[in-house]
Design a binder for this molecule. Structure first.
Ligand code: PLP
Length: 390
Protein backbone atom coordinates (compact mmCIF):
# COMPACT_ATOMS: atom_id res chain seq x y z
CA UNK A 1 0.00 0.00 0.00
CA UNK A 2 1.19 3.49 -0.78
CA UNK A 3 2.08 5.27 2.46
CA UNK A 4 -0.67 7.76 3.32
CA UNK A 5 0.39 11.40 2.90
CA UNK A 6 0.13 12.42 6.54
CA UNK A 7 1.78 9.28 7.89
CA UNK A 8 4.78 9.89 5.70
CA UNK A 9 5.01 13.51 6.80
CA UNK A 10 4.44 12.96 10.50
CA UNK A 11 6.30 9.77 11.30
CA UNK A 12 9.16 10.12 13.74
CA UNK A 13 7.84 13.35 15.18
CA UNK A 14 8.01 14.26 18.86
CA UNK A 15 4.94 12.45 20.10
CA UNK A 16 6.44 9.12 19.04
CA UNK A 17 9.53 9.81 21.11
CA UNK A 18 7.43 10.99 24.08
CA UNK A 19 5.48 7.73 23.93
CA UNK A 20 8.72 5.75 23.75
CA UNK A 21 10.14 7.59 26.77
CA UNK A 22 6.95 7.16 28.81
CA UNK A 23 6.89 3.43 27.97
CA UNK A 24 10.54 3.27 29.02
CA UNK A 25 9.63 4.88 32.36
CA UNK A 26 6.93 2.26 32.95
CA UNK A 27 9.20 -0.62 31.91
CA UNK A 28 12.16 0.42 34.05
CA UNK A 29 10.22 1.97 36.96
CA UNK A 30 12.15 5.20 36.39
CA UNK A 31 10.95 8.63 37.52
CA UNK A 32 9.26 10.16 34.48
CA UNK A 33 10.43 13.75 34.01
CA UNK A 34 9.83 13.42 30.28
CA UNK A 35 6.23 14.20 29.42
CA UNK A 36 4.79 17.32 31.08
CA UNK A 37 1.98 16.35 33.37
CA UNK A 38 1.69 17.04 37.10
CA UNK A 39 1.65 14.15 39.57
CA UNK A 40 -0.94 15.76 41.83
CA UNK A 41 -4.46 16.84 41.00
CA UNK A 42 -5.55 20.44 40.69
CA UNK A 43 -7.87 22.37 43.04
CA UNK A 44 -10.43 20.24 44.88
CA UNK A 45 -13.28 22.70 44.22
CA UNK A 46 -12.68 22.41 40.48
CA UNK A 47 -12.67 18.60 40.63
CA UNK A 48 -15.82 18.67 42.79
CA UNK A 49 -17.54 20.92 40.24
CA UNK A 50 -16.86 18.32 37.52
CA UNK A 51 -18.21 15.52 39.72
CA UNK A 52 -21.29 17.60 40.54
CA UNK A 53 -21.78 18.31 36.83
CA UNK A 54 -21.70 14.59 36.01
CA UNK A 55 -24.12 13.83 38.85
CA UNK A 56 -26.27 16.76 37.78
CA UNK A 57 -26.72 15.36 34.29
CA UNK A 58 -24.32 17.54 32.26
CA UNK A 59 -23.40 14.53 30.18
CA UNK A 60 -24.75 15.16 26.70
CA UNK A 61 -23.36 17.26 23.85
CA UNK A 62 -22.80 20.80 25.09
CA UNK A 63 -23.24 23.73 22.65
CA UNK A 64 -20.75 23.72 19.78
CA UNK A 65 -19.09 26.95 20.91
CA UNK A 66 -18.88 25.76 24.54
CA UNK A 67 -21.26 26.33 27.43
CA UNK A 68 -22.41 29.90 28.00
CA UNK A 69 -21.05 29.74 31.54
CA UNK A 70 -17.55 28.77 30.41
CA UNK A 71 -17.43 31.28 27.54
CA UNK A 72 -18.35 34.03 29.99
CA UNK A 73 -15.72 32.78 32.47
CA UNK A 74 -13.05 32.79 29.72
CA UNK A 75 -13.96 36.34 28.67
CA UNK A 76 -13.88 37.45 32.32
CA UNK A 77 -10.47 35.79 32.80
CA UNK A 78 -9.04 37.52 29.72
CA UNK A 79 -10.22 40.88 31.02
CA UNK A 80 -9.16 40.28 34.62
CA UNK A 81 -5.61 39.12 33.93
CA UNK A 82 -4.70 40.65 30.58
CA UNK A 83 -7.10 43.55 30.03
CA UNK A 84 -8.42 41.96 26.82
CA UNK A 85 -12.10 42.42 25.96
CA UNK A 86 -13.85 39.55 24.16
CA UNK A 87 -17.55 39.14 23.52
CA UNK A 88 -18.32 35.72 25.06
CA UNK A 89 -20.93 34.99 22.38
CA UNK A 90 -19.01 35.89 19.22
CA UNK A 91 -15.35 35.99 20.18
CA UNK A 92 -14.78 32.94 22.41
CA UNK A 93 -14.71 29.29 21.32
CA UNK A 94 -14.19 26.31 23.64
CA UNK A 95 -11.99 23.58 22.17
CA UNK A 96 -10.54 20.17 23.02
CA UNK A 97 -7.45 21.64 24.63
CA UNK A 98 -5.08 24.17 23.12
CA UNK A 99 -3.98 21.48 20.69
CA UNK A 100 -7.31 21.42 18.92
CA UNK A 101 -7.59 25.22 18.98
CA UNK A 102 -4.22 25.51 17.23
CA UNK A 103 -4.92 22.76 14.73
CA UNK A 104 -8.38 24.12 13.93
CA UNK A 105 -6.97 27.65 13.58
CA UNK A 106 -4.29 26.50 11.12
CA UNK A 107 -6.82 24.45 9.16
CA UNK A 108 -9.24 27.36 9.07
CA UNK A 109 -6.79 30.13 8.24
CA UNK A 110 -4.18 28.53 5.95
CA UNK A 111 -4.47 27.63 2.30
CA UNK A 112 -2.60 24.67 0.88
CA UNK A 113 0.98 25.78 0.19
CA UNK A 114 1.00 28.52 2.83
CA UNK A 115 3.81 28.85 5.35
CA UNK A 116 3.48 29.17 9.10
CA UNK A 117 6.38 30.69 11.01
CA UNK A 118 6.94 29.55 14.61
CA UNK A 119 9.58 29.89 17.28
CA UNK A 120 11.92 26.91 17.14
CA UNK A 121 12.32 24.65 19.11
CA UNK A 122 8.62 24.12 18.41
CA UNK A 123 6.01 22.30 20.45
CA UNK A 124 5.58 18.98 18.73
CA UNK A 125 2.00 19.40 17.48
CA UNK A 126 2.80 22.49 15.39
CA UNK A 127 4.47 20.86 12.42
CA UNK A 128 1.76 18.20 12.41
CA UNK A 129 -1.01 20.83 12.57
CA UNK A 130 0.60 22.75 9.71
CA UNK A 131 0.91 19.53 7.68
CA UNK A 132 -2.74 18.68 8.29
CA UNK A 133 -3.64 22.16 7.02
CA UNK A 134 -1.54 21.57 3.88
CA UNK A 135 0.88 24.24 5.07
CA UNK A 136 4.56 24.10 5.96
CA UNK A 137 6.10 25.10 9.25
CA UNK A 138 9.15 27.36 9.15
CA UNK A 139 11.10 27.88 12.35
CA UNK A 140 12.98 30.87 13.63
CA UNK A 141 15.39 29.48 16.19
CA UNK A 142 15.76 30.73 19.74
CA UNK A 143 19.46 30.16 20.37
CA UNK A 144 21.04 29.25 23.69
CA UNK A 145 22.21 30.41 26.14
CA UNK A 146 19.37 32.90 26.56
CA UNK A 147 16.91 31.69 23.89
CA UNK A 148 15.83 35.23 22.92
CA UNK A 149 14.05 36.07 19.68
CA UNK A 150 16.25 37.44 16.90
CA UNK A 151 13.80 39.83 15.28
CA UNK A 152 15.89 40.17 12.09
CA UNK A 153 15.94 36.40 11.71
CA UNK A 154 12.16 36.37 12.12
CA UNK A 155 11.72 39.08 9.47
CA UNK A 156 13.98 37.10 7.13
CA UNK A 157 11.93 33.94 7.67
CA UNK A 158 8.74 35.61 6.45
CA UNK A 159 8.14 35.03 2.74
CA UNK A 160 5.38 35.81 0.27
CA UNK A 161 3.85 32.47 1.21
CA UNK A 162 3.73 33.19 4.95
CA UNK A 163 0.16 33.32 6.14
CA UNK A 164 0.56 33.47 9.88
CA UNK A 165 2.90 33.49 12.83
CA UNK A 166 2.34 30.83 15.47
CA UNK A 167 3.72 32.40 18.63
CA UNK A 168 4.26 30.34 21.76
CA UNK A 169 5.03 32.48 24.80
CA UNK A 170 5.72 31.45 27.54
CA UNK A 171 7.69 29.04 25.40
CA UNK A 172 8.01 25.27 25.70
CA UNK A 173 10.70 23.89 25.88
CA UNK A 174 13.03 26.87 26.51
CA UNK A 175 10.94 28.71 29.13
CA UNK A 176 11.43 32.02 27.29
CA UNK A 177 8.82 34.72 27.94
CA UNK A 178 8.80 37.15 25.05
CA UNK A 179 9.45 40.66 26.34
CA UNK A 180 7.77 43.90 25.37
CA UNK A 181 10.32 44.73 22.65
CA UNK A 182 10.05 41.29 21.06
CA UNK A 183 6.25 41.31 21.11
CA UNK A 184 6.10 44.85 19.71
CA UNK A 185 8.44 43.81 16.89
CA UNK A 186 6.30 40.75 16.09
CA UNK A 187 3.18 42.95 16.05
CA UNK A 188 4.85 45.45 13.71
CA UNK A 189 5.85 42.67 11.33
CA UNK A 190 2.33 41.25 11.34
CA UNK A 191 0.83 44.63 10.48
CA UNK A 192 3.50 45.51 7.89
CA UNK A 193 3.33 42.12 6.12
CA UNK A 194 -0.42 41.68 6.67
CA UNK A 195 -0.08 38.43 8.61
CA UNK A 196 -2.35 36.71 11.07
CA UNK A 197 -1.12 35.44 14.43
CA UNK A 198 -2.09 32.42 16.47
CA UNK A 199 -0.72 32.53 20.00
CA UNK A 200 -0.21 29.58 22.32
CA UNK A 201 -0.38 30.91 25.86
CA UNK A 202 -0.98 27.70 27.83
CA UNK A 203 1.73 28.67 30.37
CA UNK A 204 0.31 32.19 30.88
CA UNK A 205 0.08 31.67 34.66
CA UNK A 206 3.42 29.89 35.12
CA UNK A 207 5.87 32.79 34.81
CA UNK A 208 8.68 33.22 37.35
CA UNK A 209 10.81 35.97 35.80
CA UNK A 210 9.45 38.60 33.44
CA UNK A 211 5.83 39.23 32.63
CA UNK A 212 3.41 37.54 30.27
CA UNK A 213 1.70 39.86 27.79
CA UNK A 214 -0.71 38.63 25.14
CA UNK A 215 0.28 39.55 21.58
CA UNK A 216 -3.37 40.52 20.98
CA UNK A 217 -2.90 43.55 23.25
CA UNK A 218 -0.38 45.18 20.85
CA UNK A 219 -1.40 47.85 18.32
CA UNK A 220 -3.04 46.44 15.22
CA UNK A 221 -3.22 42.90 16.62
CA UNK A 222 -6.75 42.64 18.08
CA UNK A 223 -8.33 41.82 14.71
CA UNK A 224 -5.55 39.61 13.38
CA UNK A 225 -4.82 37.37 16.40
CA UNK A 226 -6.35 34.12 17.59
CA UNK A 227 -5.40 33.88 21.27
CA UNK A 228 -5.22 30.28 22.47
CA UNK A 229 -4.89 28.81 25.93
CA UNK A 230 -6.25 25.95 28.01
CA UNK A 231 -7.08 24.71 31.47
CA UNK A 232 -4.57 21.85 31.42
CA UNK A 233 -1.51 23.61 32.80
CA UNK A 234 -3.24 26.30 34.86
CA UNK A 235 -5.37 23.86 36.84
CA UNK A 236 -3.23 20.70 36.65
CA UNK A 237 -5.95 18.76 34.87
CA UNK A 238 -4.10 18.04 31.64
CA UNK A 239 -6.35 15.04 30.90
CA UNK A 240 -9.53 17.10 30.75
CA UNK A 241 -8.54 18.75 27.47
CA UNK A 242 -10.54 21.93 27.75
CA UNK A 243 -9.05 24.85 25.86
CA UNK A 244 -10.17 27.99 24.08
CA UNK A 245 -9.59 30.33 21.17
CA UNK A 246 -10.43 34.03 21.42
CA UNK A 247 -10.38 36.59 18.63
CA UNK A 248 -12.47 38.72 16.30
CA UNK A 249 -15.88 37.29 15.31
CA UNK A 250 -14.58 36.52 11.80
CA UNK A 251 -11.51 34.63 13.01
CA UNK A 252 -13.39 32.73 15.70
CA UNK A 253 -16.12 31.77 13.23
CA UNK A 254 -13.43 30.36 10.93
CA UNK A 255 -11.84 28.34 13.74
CA UNK A 256 -15.29 27.13 14.83
CA UNK A 257 -15.98 25.85 11.32
CA UNK A 258 -12.91 23.60 11.47
CA UNK A 259 -13.49 22.58 15.09
CA UNK A 260 -17.05 21.55 14.27
CA UNK A 261 -15.76 18.73 12.06
CA UNK A 262 -12.81 17.74 14.22
CA UNK A 263 -14.53 17.12 17.56
CA UNK A 264 -17.87 18.97 17.23
CA UNK A 265 -17.97 19.57 21.00
CA UNK A 266 -15.99 18.44 24.03
CA UNK A 267 -16.00 17.65 27.73
CA UNK A 268 -19.54 18.61 28.86
CA UNK A 269 -19.02 18.10 32.62
CA UNK A 270 -15.54 19.62 32.56
CA UNK A 271 -16.74 22.92 31.14
CA UNK A 272 -18.63 24.12 34.25
CA UNK A 273 -15.69 22.93 36.35
CA UNK A 274 -13.16 24.95 34.33
CA UNK A 275 -15.48 27.95 34.70
CA UNK A 276 -15.13 27.55 38.48
CA UNK A 277 -11.33 27.35 38.11
CA UNK A 278 -11.10 30.51 36.00
CA UNK A 279 -12.96 32.38 38.72
CA UNK A 280 -10.64 31.29 41.56
CA UNK A 281 -9.10 34.00 43.72
CA UNK A 282 -5.71 35.56 42.83
CA UNK A 283 -4.03 33.52 45.58
CA UNK A 284 -4.62 30.31 43.61
CA UNK A 285 -2.76 31.59 40.55
CA UNK A 286 0.09 33.04 42.65
CA UNK A 287 0.32 29.77 44.59
CA UNK A 288 0.63 27.71 41.40
CA UNK A 289 3.47 29.94 40.20
CA UNK A 290 5.31 30.02 43.53
CA UNK A 291 5.08 26.27 43.99
CA UNK A 292 6.54 25.67 40.53
CA UNK A 293 9.23 28.30 41.06
CA UNK A 294 10.50 26.37 44.10
CA UNK A 295 10.42 23.18 42.04
CA UNK A 296 12.30 24.85 39.18
CA UNK A 297 15.01 25.97 41.58
CA UNK A 298 15.26 22.53 43.15
CA UNK A 299 15.61 20.67 39.86
CA UNK A 300 17.97 23.22 38.31
CA UNK A 301 20.24 22.94 41.35
CA UNK A 302 20.10 19.14 41.16
CA UNK A 303 20.94 19.11 37.45
CA UNK A 304 23.85 21.48 38.01
CA UNK A 305 25.15 19.28 40.82
CA UNK A 306 24.90 16.27 38.50
CA UNK A 307 27.09 18.08 35.97
CA UNK A 308 24.63 19.23 33.32
CA UNK A 309 24.80 22.65 31.71
CA UNK A 310 21.51 24.17 32.88
CA UNK A 311 19.38 26.90 31.28
CA UNK A 312 17.00 27.97 34.06
CA UNK A 313 13.64 28.78 32.46
CA UNK A 314 11.80 32.07 32.98
CA UNK A 315 8.50 30.20 32.81
CA UNK A 316 6.67 26.88 32.13
CA UNK A 317 7.45 23.68 33.98
CA UNK A 318 10.35 22.49 31.86
CA UNK A 319 14.08 22.99 32.06
CA UNK A 320 16.46 22.47 29.17
CA UNK A 321 19.87 21.02 30.01
CA UNK A 322 23.05 20.60 27.98
CA UNK A 323 24.62 17.13 28.16
CA UNK A 324 27.97 18.16 26.68
CA UNK A 325 29.65 18.84 30.05
CA UNK A 326 28.78 15.23 30.98
CA UNK A 327 29.50 13.28 27.82
CA UNK A 328 31.66 15.57 25.71
CA UNK A 329 30.95 17.23 22.38
CA UNK A 330 31.53 14.13 20.25
CA UNK A 331 29.09 11.92 22.20
CA UNK A 332 26.44 14.57 22.75
CA UNK A 333 23.48 12.70 21.30
CA UNK A 334 20.40 13.58 23.37
CA UNK A 335 18.26 10.78 21.94
CA UNK A 336 20.81 8.09 22.77
CA UNK A 337 21.37 9.75 26.16
CA UNK A 338 17.63 9.69 26.98
CA UNK A 339 17.26 6.11 25.79
CA UNK A 340 19.88 4.89 28.28
CA UNK A 341 19.28 7.34 31.14
CA UNK A 342 16.50 5.25 32.79
CA UNK A 343 18.78 2.18 32.99
CA UNK A 344 21.72 4.21 34.24
CA UNK A 345 19.96 6.58 36.65
CA UNK A 346 16.29 5.69 36.97
CA UNK A 347 15.18 9.02 35.47
CA UNK A 348 13.44 9.79 32.16
CA UNK A 349 13.99 12.97 30.13
CA UNK A 350 13.18 13.81 26.51
CA UNK A 351 15.64 14.84 23.78
CA UNK A 352 15.11 18.39 22.54
CA UNK A 353 16.14 17.29 19.05
CA UNK A 354 12.49 16.35 18.45
CA UNK A 355 11.54 20.03 18.69
CA UNK A 356 13.79 21.08 15.77
CA UNK A 357 13.22 20.69 12.03
CA UNK A 358 16.90 19.80 11.82
CA UNK A 359 17.42 17.52 14.84
CA UNK A 360 21.16 18.26 14.78
CA UNK A 361 20.44 21.72 16.18
CA UNK A 362 19.11 20.37 19.46
CA UNK A 363 21.27 17.28 19.54
CA UNK A 364 23.05 18.17 22.79
CA UNK A 365 19.95 19.32 24.67
CA UNK A 366 17.50 17.37 26.82
CA UNK A 367 14.36 18.50 28.64
CA UNK A 368 13.23 17.67 32.17
CA UNK A 369 9.75 18.45 33.58
CA UNK A 370 9.53 19.74 37.15
CA UNK A 371 5.73 19.61 37.65
CA UNK A 372 6.23 16.78 40.14
CA UNK A 373 6.08 16.45 43.93
CA UNK A 374 9.08 17.87 45.81
CA UNK A 375 10.04 14.43 47.15
CA UNK A 376 9.98 13.03 43.60
CA UNK A 377 12.21 15.84 42.32
CA UNK A 378 14.61 15.36 45.26
CA UNK A 379 14.81 11.66 44.54
CA UNK A 380 15.37 12.32 40.81
CA UNK A 381 18.10 14.90 41.53
CA UNK A 382 19.76 12.46 43.95
CA UNK A 383 19.68 9.63 41.42
CA UNK A 384 21.16 11.82 38.69
CA UNK A 385 23.96 13.02 40.97
CA UNK A 386 24.73 9.64 42.57
CA UNK A 387 24.77 7.66 39.37
CA UNK A 388 26.76 10.31 37.53
CA UNK A 389 24.30 11.03 34.75
CA UNK A 390 26.94 10.81 32.06
C1 PLP B 1 3.28 24.83 24.27
C2 PLP B 1 2.15 23.89 24.46
N1 PLP B 1 1.04 24.07 23.76
C3 PLP B 1 -0.02 23.25 23.88
C4 PLP B 1 0.02 22.17 24.74
C5 PLP B 1 -1.15 21.25 24.82
O1 PLP B 1 -2.20 21.83 25.50
P1 PLP B 1 -3.58 21.05 25.66
O2 PLP B 1 -3.33 19.86 26.52
O3 PLP B 1 -4.49 22.05 26.27
O4 PLP B 1 -4.02 20.63 24.31
C6 PLP B 1 1.16 21.94 25.50
C7 PLP B 1 1.24 20.77 26.40
O5 PLP B 1 2.30 20.33 26.79
C8 PLP B 1 2.26 22.82 25.35
O6 PLP B 1 3.39 22.64 26.05
Amino acid sequence: MRQPFLTSRLQGMGTTIFAEMSALAVRTGAINLGQGFPDVDGPAEVAEAAIAAIRGGHNQYPPGTGTTELRHAIAAHQRRFWGLAFDPDAEVLVTAGATEAITAALMALCEVGDEVVALEPTYDSYAAAAAMAGATLRGVTLEPPDFRLDVDALAARISDRTRLLLVNSPHNPTGTVLNDGELAAIAELCVERDLLAVTDEVYEHIVFDGEHRPLASYPGMADRTVTVSSAGKTFSFTGWKVGWACGSPALVAAVRTAKQFLTYVNGAPFQPAVAVGLGLHDGYFAGLRDDLRAKRDLLCKGLEAAGFGVYPPQATYFVTADIRPLVGEADADGLAFCRTLPERCGVVAVPNAVFYADPARGRHLVRFAFCKRIDVLEEAAGRLARAGAG
